[in-house]
Design a protein around this ligand. Structure first.
Ligand code: FES
Ligand SMILES: [Fe+2]
Length: 427
């Protein structure tokens, strides 16, 4: 008998009105499909590019290279408050030089400045994007500086997460786009979890394949077995994985998992390093001592015991909130049909002492190791999918969110193709 009840329809897959037939991964191997995703998805959706803590004071900025849309974006704080977080195309209005970069024009950068000065002919821009200085201005012809500010990009902040939208006019506000499943997390103390560990990797797999690896935990007891003691790995493999709760809201997804109290496990289930650091597989064992307000969107089904909520925010972000009082984000930035850049950020309440710091470091390196195990496997998956030797693949009910992502992507691309056709056909 199942440990967690299934919905009345008998399965999560049917509950969300999804098909149960095997699926094709042509959407992850086709260069043509990737070309469509650029416009149909990445130029239309709100994309999280970072957090407000990355812009601590007026003049703080960072750049974001978004290869899938061919853009470089400057995100800058021009004053206090979320409305002063702005985004601009990183393109000088004089002759198009990239405005902000350091040694290599393709690398992202960050810093603090009073204004942006172009390296080519020294045009200068204020933090609000307006052009304030043109060298030898008298040589130009009727140039009105007001007409040559940086090209703005739609930028909104929710709960400290900075999102941009590359559409001329976004179809929805950020809050409407995120929908209640995500925005009901408002009130979680993201602003107090400011100790950040970051890493990135270029992965030789389609971006959706890595999203899939965080949309299901069916693989966890198997693929990540080597990361635990033999006793833990065999118990986990025997138990298998079952989520107490899945949810979808528009293009976004959620899986909640049951909790494990690491300190309460028998000693043979734990590694000596975990005992020494009081941290590891499930993060730090001790919840930080701050006032916790659990917003309604956290553990929405009130699973007990509860371990974590993994929110998959369309198209390319995972926000994973742990019961132990920490969270992480993953981003998958496509660079080709069979490559993407994976970024991971792990956030904690800043440590009060060395022991807490070590517990955080232990959690961060543990998650990096997980990520590398997933990434390595996904390169193998990409290679084998590209052989086209097998066309369809089975998905079980614990992989329901995998099915949902591929369906949402297919629907968005289809809708875009239909709209473009209407435009072409229109007189
Ligand atoms: S291209 Fe920037 S000042 Fe000329
Ligand atoms: Fe994994």
């Amino acid at each position: 008998m199942a440990r967690w009840p299934k919905p009345a329809e008998g399965s999560w897959t049917k509950h969300f009105d999804l098909d149960t037939a095997p699926i094709s991964y042509e959407d992850s191997t086709s260069p043509e499909f990737y070309e469509l995703e650029r416009d149909a998805i990445f130029k239309k959706a709100w994309l999280n590019v970072g957090r407000v803590e990355q812009l601590p004071r007026k003049g703080s900025y960072f750049t974001k290279e978004i290869q899938v849309t061919n853009n470089s974006i400057i995100i800058v704080r021009s004053g206090e408050g979320d409305s002063e977080v702005r985004a601009f195309h990183n393109v000088c209005r004089h002759r198009g030089n990239k405005l902000v970069w350091d040694d290599n024009p393709r690398d992202e950068t960050a810093g603090n400045c009073r204004q942006f000065t172009c390296k080519y002919h020294a045009w200068r821009y204020n933090l609000d994007g307006s052009l304030n200085y043109v060298q030898q201005e008298g040589e130009f012809f009727d140039l009105d500086k007001k007409d040559f500010g940086l090209a703005p990009v739609h930028c909104e902040v929710w709960a400290g997460f900075i999102f941009i939208n590359l559409a001329e006019e976004p179809e929805q506000s950020l809050v409407d786009f995120l929908g209640p499943m995500v925005t009901n997390l408002e009130g979680y103390p993201f602003d107090k979890l400011t100790e950040r560990y970051y890493y990135r990797a270029e992965v030789g797999a389609n971006w959706k394949l890595y999203m899939d690896a965080f949309a299901e935990f069916y693989h966890a007891p198997i693929l990540h077995a080597g990361q635990t003691t033999k006793a833990f790995a065999s118990a986990a493999a025997e138990a298998g994985f079952e989520a107490p709760h899945y949810q979808v809201d528009g293009p976004h997804r959620l899986v909640s998992t049951a909790g494990v109290v690491a300190s309460g496990m028998p000693p043979e289930m734990r590694r000596p390093m975990e005992d020494a650091t009081r941290s590891g597989l499930f993060g730090p064992w001790d919840k930080p001592e701050i006032e916790w307000v659990d917003p309604p969107g956290l553990n929405p089904a009130k699973c007990d015991p509860w371990g974590l909520d993994s929110f998959q925010i369309f198209p390319h972000m995972v926000l994973l909130v742990w019961g132990g009082g920490w969270y992480l984000t993953y981003h998958y930035w496509p660079t080709a049909h069979n490559k993407h850049i994976f970024e991971a950020n792990v956030y904690f309440v800043p440590p009060k002492n060395a022991r807490e710091r070590i517990a955080h470091e232990m959690a961060a390196v543990t998650f990096k190791e997980y990520g590398l195990q997933d990434a390595n496997t996904l390169e193998a998956t990409q290679i084998s999918l590209e052989s086209q030797a097998v066309k369809t693949f089975a998905l079980n009910d614990q992989e329901v969110l995998v099915r949902h992502l591929h369906k949402v992507v297919a629907d968005k691309v289809e809708e875009y193709v239909q709209q473009s056709r209407v435009k072409v056909d229109a007189p």
